[in-house]
Design a protein around this ligand. Structure first.
Ligand code: ANZ
Ligand code: ZN
Length: 855
């Protein structure tokens, strides 16, 4: 009697059994012996309250790899934790009057329970949240060691300032240029902030990222672009006439186009350049010009797209190659203080920003690069700068040279004139980590009135967040806490105050992988790291991964991590999103998938009976209400179905569209798999048969294992899923055959149960139990395909009649020629064609073709 598989009962039972057996705890290096290690990590979640389908997909993928590696004899570390600091907890505190800590830990409890239901092979013994004082205390220790090494420093930098709430705003709290609570226009203010010296590693970050062969090319390129290496020239332009005080050496500029120096038409300073500030001191017009520039904001994008604004200082400089020529010195809003020297020479003919500026303010435009087929006598630049290749002209000693050679000669000349030298610049900026917020890691320093900045002594770590804080007024709760910040100086015991800034939460996620490996044992960290496979969203392709790569280097250099190349993630996979159709009511409001149904082919809003419309398929998001709740899916179908679906339908790097019918199909497939096992005798009965049907099944099985191996190793889980479908079909077919196939079916089932484990672990256990497998299938070793069974011993050959192809036959490679001939005549299409005709002769080319000649 056929039985049904009950996923809910089976899933609960197996998870309890795995827990009791402590099955997924990573072994210590000593326990592991000769087993190679595999560290599999998915980006840890933010405890927002509930898991979503994106989590299911991310963690299911990591779990496939972890389970596969374990089955292949690896000592696997597959941990889980919580990226638990951040603004949403403070917003919840504000809106719901609940303490951020309470909110966070309650969310963690809820999400942990949800994750556990997915049957992930996680080592929960290593779990932590970044808001645990043990974790952030260790982070404070790292901060101080980095401070000691000069990898952390303080400098003045701009922040978003809300003039009504009198508070610093995070970028996400600025909405359309206004404070999110007050609605006031946000200003830029200078504040002394803490920075990590990420630029110290710019070269290594760029060089090593090219070598990460198991990272997506796209991510490597994004990292490289972010670091942005530029080779150029840094040089001085001496003032002619009036020389401002302190600038006797002239203005220092950085250029990547020293070949265009003869086309220079002006010098432009950043509105924040020291010379600009000096000139603005007694120049009201310049002061208001600076304010006008500041209103555009500080983001590079805003500056790039804003209209060009200029201010003529009246100063002039000398051209280095032509001392008789002078250039005016302007202040321009598109020159950033944070890059190069904060000053440029403008060459309008060959730079788009410069041409816009020159046309607006009537500055000269001299082309110096002649495009390959242009005529020097007539070539002109109007509104579009020419940035392509060509030959230098209008340029004295550089005339006739190609761009690269002109760059070299121009630099050599400037160097010989002692006006500058070649220079490599990086776009990468140091990482500002000060946040004026409560729910973050306190920066462990003390400001003493006499000693200045004093690190908190190691024995006093962690500097804990106070619990009694209020969120009813704007600003930093730590700043206005009545007592927390007041303390005594560790050095002189005098009056001092604590730093009230907390660290950017990206810091928390920059070293958690090392903490998972071991809280404090360097040998264990060295054993586990680097992470062999990291899995996460492509939205982290730049910042998180760059910060983590920085931290790994900094930790190496303070003796906290033994990682010679500084790369924490040897392999990276970025998975696509989970998408869903969107629905709207007749009134245009978003509707949830469960609010609508199809009646006679039309979508109806269930509650009102009115027509609804189907919109585009988009990433599941709360705002569009097109989410499905993993819990609901697990309750309806079981976790294995959810896992199977998110792995099955499209390549892992692409988006997968969640559909109800797809989920139902996955659920049906679990029953189909179960029916194969259900139909088998409980234990192996006798030998594996050598009849054709048994051999065919064995071949199908061994080939399936080989295909799944390849697919999993190449991160093509959808292909593995397809192979399992075919394999199950082959097993189904064998059910109807003779009892001789029992042995082969049993072998196939045993292999199938093991291959199913990474995808549908609960079902796999139930199947394994059904066929009398030893122990847990989650602990069983991966099947090894027999190479002999992977080879094809049949061949497909064409059958021609009078030179024209009429059909094909598949025969054993060793079949005798007369038997091949017989098979050719028996082929139905061939037989029909030659029916009634006289056969004159038949030629068999073994393994290739059968040619029949008829009258
Ligand atoms: C003269 C010139 C002529 C330039 C020309 C370009 C084309 P990358 O490649 O990104 O490093 N620049 C330098 N510092 C700047 C700053 N602080 N703010 C805005 N622009 C700045 O870009 C280097 C080029 O960007 C430099 O080369 C400089 O303009 C400009 F036909 O110098 B160039
Ligand atoms: Zn002191």
């Amino acid at each position: 009697m056929a039985t049904r598989y009950d996923p809910q009962a089976a899933e609960t039972r197996w998870r309890a059994a795995w827990d009791a057996a402590d099955l997924f705890r990573a072994k210590s290096p000593a326990e592991a012996g000769d087993a190679p290690k595999a560290y599999i990590l998915e980006m840890f979640p933010y405890p927002s309250g509930r898991i979503h389908m994106g989590h299911v997909r991310n963690y299911a993928m990591g779990d496939v790899v972890a389970r596969y590696k374990r089955a292949n004899g690896f000592n696997v570390l597959h941990p889980m934790g919580w990226d638990a600091f951040g603004m949403p907890a403070e917003n919840a505190a504000l809106q719901r009057k609940v303490h951020p800590g309470k909110w966070t830990y309650e969310n963690i409890a809820a999400m942990r329970a949800q994750l556990k239901k997915l049957g992930l092979s996680l080592d929960w013994s290593r779990e932590f949240a970044t808001c645990d004082p043990e974790y952030y205390g260790a982070q404070q220790d790292l901060f101080l060691k980095m401070l000691d090494k000069g990898l952390v420093y303080r400098k003045a930098s701009k922040v978003n300032w809300d003039p009504v709430d009198n508070t610093v705003l995070a970028n996400e709290q600025v909405v359309d240029g206004r404070g999110w609570r007050s609605g006031a226009i946000v200003e830029q203010r200078e504040l002394t902030q803490w920075f990590f010296r990420i630029t110290h590693y710019a070269e290594s970050l760029l060089e090593e990222v090219q070598k990460l062969e198991r990272w997506p090319e796209k991510v490597r390129t994004m990292q490289a672009n972010w670091i942005g290496r530029s080779e150029g020239l840094q040089m001085r332009f001496a003032f002619s006439g009036n020389t401002p005080e302190g600038f006797e050496n002239g203005v220092e500029i950085f250029t990547t186009r020293p070949d265009t120096l003869f086309g220079a038409s002006f010098i432009a300073l950043s509105p924040d350049h020291p010379l600009t500030l000096q000139l603005a001191k007694d120049n009201d017009a310049l002061t208001s010009f600076r304010a006008e520039c500041a209103a555009v904001g500080t983001s590079e994008e805003a500056i790039e797209t804003a209209p060009k604004l200029g201010f003529d200082t009246g100063l002039t400089v000398r051209h280095p190659f032509d001392p008789g020529r002078t250039l005016p010195v302007w202040i321009a809003n598109f020159v950033l203080m944070g890059y190069g020297t904060g000053a440029i020479f403008g060459c309008p003919a060959h730079d788009q920003r410069d041409i816009e500026f020159a046309r607006k303010y009537g500055l000269s435009v001299t082309p110096v690069v002649l495009p390959p087929d242009a005529d020097a006598a007539t070539f002109n630049v109007e509104d579009d700068a020419y940035t392509g290749v060509g030959t230098i002209f209008n340029s004295g000693f550089l005339d006739g040279l190609p761009i690269d050679e002109a760059k070299r000669q121009s630099i050599a000349k400037i160097e010989s004139l002692r006006l500058g030298e070649s220079k490599v610049n990086y776009r990468l900026r140091d990482w500002g980590v000060s946040r004026q917020r409560y729910w973050g890691c306190p920066i462990p320093v003390i400001h003493c009135e006499t000693c200045g900045i004093v690190p908190v002594p190691a024995a006093d770590l962690p500097v804990r967040l106070p619990d009694d804080v209020t969120f009813d007024t704007p600003g930093n709760p730590l700043e206005r806490h009545p007592t927390w910040k007041h303390t005594a100086c560790p050095d002189c015991n005098g009056k001092a105050r604590r730093e009230t800034d907390t660290l950017d939460t990206f810091v928390d996620s920059s070293w958690y992988y090392a903490r998972f490996a071991s809280p404090d044992d360097m040998a264990e960290r060295a054993y586990w790291l680097p992470v062999d496979q990291y899995v996460g969203g492509v939205e982290h392709a730049v910042l998180h991964l760059l910060y983590a790569r920085f931290f790994a280097r900094a930790m190496r250099d303070i003796g906290e991590l033994d990682l010679p190349n500084g790369e924490p993630f040897a392999g990276l996979f970025t998975q696509g999103m989970v998408t869903h159709e969107t629905y709207r009511s007749a009134g245009g409001d978003w509707l949830e998938p469960s609010d609508v149904e199809q009646r006679d082919g039309n979508w109806i809003e269930i509650a009102t009976g009115k027509p609804a419309s189907v919109g585009p398929i988009e990433k599941m998001s709360k705002s569009k209400k097109n989410t499905v709740d993993p819990d609901a899916i697990i309750t309806a179908f079981g976790a294995d179905t959810a896992r199977w679906f998110v792995l099955s339908d499209s390549p892992p790097e692409r988006d997968v569209e969640w559909t109800q019918s797809g989920a139902e199909g996955a659920a049906r497939f679990t029953q189909r798999i179960w029916s194969v096992f259900d139909a088998l005798p409980e234990t192996a009965t006798g030998d594996i048969g050598s009849d054709a049907a048994s051999i065919a099944l064995r071949k199908a099985s061994h080939k399936a294992v080989a295909a799944i191996d390849k697919a999993v190793n190449e991160f093509r889980f959808n292909s593995a899923v397809a192979s399992i479908h075919e394999w199950v079909a082959a097993l189904k077919k064998a059910e109807t055959g003779s009892d001789d196939t029992r042995g082969a079916r049993h072998e196939a089932a045993s292999m199938l149960a093991r291959c199913l484990t990474p995808f549908m672990p609960h079902l796999a256990e139930t199947c394994w139990e059904r066929i009398g497998g030893t122990g847990f299938v989650s602990a069983a070793s991966w099947p090894k395909p027999d190479p002999a069974l992977l080879e094809d011993d049949t061949v497909t050959i064409a059958v021609q009649v009078n030179g024209k192809r009429r059909g094909e036959i598949t025969v054993s490679k060793t079949l005798a020629n007369d038997a091949v001939e017989a098979a050719a005549f028996a082929q139905p299409d061939v037989a029909a064609f030659i029916h009634g005709k006289a056969v004159k002769k038949t030629i068999v080319v073994p393994g290739r073709i059968v040619n029949i000649v008829v009258a």
